[in-house]
Design a binder for this molecule. Structure first.
Ligand code: SAH
Ligand code: SF4
Length: 360
């Protein structure tokens, strides 16, 4: 049988190769994979990390995804929505900390009021920041018209995870109804690209019922769809969600963590010039999990700038990292930890995905 080393020395990875790499159990083999991915990241992007400040500004959501702690039917979640003023204060903080952009994330709403509010908010943020300051949105499924309106108002990037590229698995982790349609989700990703955004997607790793072949198809999906940025991380259970009933099917958290690290590494080998985020979910399993993600080929981190008083209400999963730490301390700490692994924060670079720039 061909060795991992031999696979890593090939020009292209076949589906079988990807399955093999994701299935690695040997520590030495995993190290080889990580080293290869990091060397590719280093030669295309450098030893640099791009930071974006994450603002989880509201947990109101119209959807009922089976895995998520802020799903509509979780009556235990205490709901909040930050005011524009509160959001602008965080934007101001981000600028003072030399961050070159922010990510606005919330539960999914689609009312006319919500759409208008976000358009106005983007305009306010544009006024309060330098013209280059990057605004990323992560506000779920919207119409092409809405995506276009927000883009025209000044948002440049959009994140919408496909969650899984398998329609069968998608149906197992969402209610089967019009509000949770796999086909609509796919269409939304296309529309985000059409509207002109730098487009991000991603998946959850280690879901109940998920196979290595599903994850392999996820990576091939990301490549085929010509995605610019990826955020993917381990699925983590939340006790007040329907998917919790299947927790006996889950692999141990450390295995989900290692599989996530291999997913990042293989994707970096497949797509050397995209942006890959090292997610909070990694840090929620291993304290230095996000740094491990960087060492496996990720190049973006999204420090949480949500005000502390709201942070513990934005619980997508249990044991979320960083919900009690002061934002300032978090950032200082982050800088030290990034230096510790021999990388530096790229303060003077907006960190657009090279993949996106090349296509333009
Ligand atoms: N409502 C928006 C953005 C907020 S949810 C949306 O759904 O796109 C952002 C991401 O959190 C989701 O895409 C999902 O991948 C992730 N997430 C939700 N619940 C999770 C869980 N239990 N474990 C890991 N990730 C989860
Ligand atoms: Fe809402 Fe997003 Fe959670 Fe689904 S994953 S319930 S859309 S916040």
């Amino acid at each position: 049988m061909i060795t991992v080393n031999e696979i890593l020395n090939q020009q292209e990875l076949s589906k079988q190769d990807i399955i093999r790499l994701l299935s690695i159990t040997d520590k030495g083999d995993q190290e080889l994979l990580i080293k290869k991915a990091y060397s590719i990241k280093e030669s295309t992007i450098g030893k640099r990390v791009f930071l974006r400040g994450l603002i989880e500004f509201s947990n109101y959501c119209r959807k009922n995804c089976y895995y998520c702690g802020i799903r509509r039917e979780n009556s235990k979640a205490s709901r909040y929505s930050m005011t524009d003023e509160e959001i602008l204060e965080v934007v101001d903080f981000a600028q003072r900390k030399q961050l070159t952009g922010i990510v606005l994330q919330s539960g999914e709403l689609s009312s006319v009021d919500f759409i208008k509010r976000i358009t106005a908010l983007i305009t306010k943020i544009k006024k309060a920041t330098n013209p280059e300051f990057r605004i990323t949105l992560s506000l779920g499924e919207q119409s092409l018209e809405t995506y276009q309106r927000w883009f025209d108002a000044g948002a440049q990037r959009y994140l919408l995870r496909i969650e899984t590229s398998s329609e069968d698995l998608y149906k197992k982790i969402h209610p089967v109804d019009d509000l949770h349609s796999f086909k609509v989700r796919l269409k939304c990703i296309e529309n985000i690209q059409k509207a002109g955004y730098m487009t991000g997607t991603g998946v959850m790793i280690g879901l109940p019922f998920q196979t290595i072949e599903n994850l392999t198809d996820d990576l091939l999906f990301i490549k085929e769809r010509d995605i610019d940025m990826v955020g993917m991380g381990p699925y983590l259970e939340h006790a007040d969600t329907p998917l919790y009933n299947h927790k006996d099917l889950l692999m141990p958290a450390m295995e989900r963590f290692n599989l996530s690290i291999r997913m990042i590494a293989v994707l970096r080998i497949m797509m050397p010039d995209i942006n890959i985020a090292s997610t909070t979910a990694l840090q929620s399993i291993v304290p230095l999990g996000r740094e491990a993600g960087l060492k496996a080929g990720a190049n973006v981190m999204m420090p949480n700038l949500t005000p502390l008083k709201y942070r513990s209400s934005y619980l997508l999963y249990d044991n979320k990292a960083c919900i009690n730490e002061d934002t300032d301390d978090c950032l200082n700490f982050l800088e030290k930890r990034i230096r510790m692994i021999g990388e530096e924060i790229a303060y003077n670079d907006y960190g657009d995905s090279i993949h996106f720039i090349k296509r333009k």
